[in-house]
Design a binder for this molecule. Structure first.
Ligand SMILES: [Zn+2]
Length: 259
């Protein structure tokens, strides 16, 4: 691809400050411990090689509770309802070389069975990483939350083609180039709850990060109902990342609860 950007990606109306990711590494998952080892979604540094790229990535190959999975077998009624309390946050968008990410300031929470997780960041994959009964979706949104003891909970929302989503439109309009962070300077805020469907029935299982170092013990909450993005929005994301989905991993006997 030699054209710099499609005409659709107009310049943002927001006054924005662009910084390099390295200079402003945010807490959260955008910079894993072994951030120096490069990895990719295809080729020599692709998913089947992740575990060989760095000793810290060993779990990507040896782990028995890896993500993503196909939600099809071993689904049982259970789990508890989610209480999602996501609020607007000052707009700060990172292009970390693997995805486009909206960083979140403290104050937004996901609560499950009396346990509270704080939203750290929201990012995107295309195509979807999880499948439902063998069906892959055009995209998937991950809301990464962390409890006080460090336990991670990821809320996953599958994306189907439909109407344009206004929140995703703003993220696309202000997404910076690889390795850059764009911070809105006029105090503009953005609300990630605009990326959620209205119904929050979900599947839950224990899995892992879907990027190196593939750390296990992550609580996954995969919403049953997708959210809609337009075909133009999905294509616009793919101009940044045409394929940033890890292949499916085996369930290895895990049970999936459906609430
Ligand atoms: Zn993700």
């Amino acid at each position: 691809m030699t054209t710099p950007a499609p005409a659709k990606r107009r310049l943002s109306a927001l006054a924005a400050l662009v910084l390099s990711v390295a200079a402003t590494a945010a807490p959260g998952l955008s910079m894993p411990a072994s951030g120096k080892t490069s990895w990719d979604y295809a080729g020599q540094n692709g998913p089947t090689r992740w575990s060989e790229l760095d000793p810290a990535f060993e779990t990507c190959g040896r782990g028995r509770t890896q993500s993503p999975v196909d939600i099809a077998d071993r689904v049982t009624r259970g789990g508890t309802p989610l209480e999602i309390d996501y609020k607007p946050t000052p707009q700060r968008i990172v292009n970390n070389g693997h995805t486009i990410q909206l960083d979140y300031a403290p104050g937004s929470t996901l609560s499950v069975a009396g346990r509270t997780f704080h939203l750290l960041q929201v990012h995107f994959h295309s195509p979807s990483e999880h499948e439902i009964a063998g069906e892959r979706y055009p995209m998937e949104v991950h809301f990464v939350n962390r409890a006080a003891d460090g336990t991670l909970a990821v809320l996953a929302v599958l994306v189907e083609r439909g109407e344009a989503n206004p929140t995703f439109a703003r993220i696309l309009d202000d997404a910076p180039g690889k390795g850059e962070v764009r911070v809105a300077r006029n105090g503009a805020t953005i609300d990630a709850s605009g990326l959620l469907p209205k119904v929050t029935g979900h599947y839950t299982l224990i899995g892992s990060l879907t990027t190196p170092p593939c750390t296990e013990g992550v609580a996954w909450y995969i919403l049953e109902h997708p959210v809609a993005f337009s075909s133009d929005q999905i294509e616009a994301f793919r101009t940044f990342y045409p394929n940033n989905a890890r292949p499916l991993q085996p369930l290895n006997g895990r049970t999936v609860l459906r609430n």
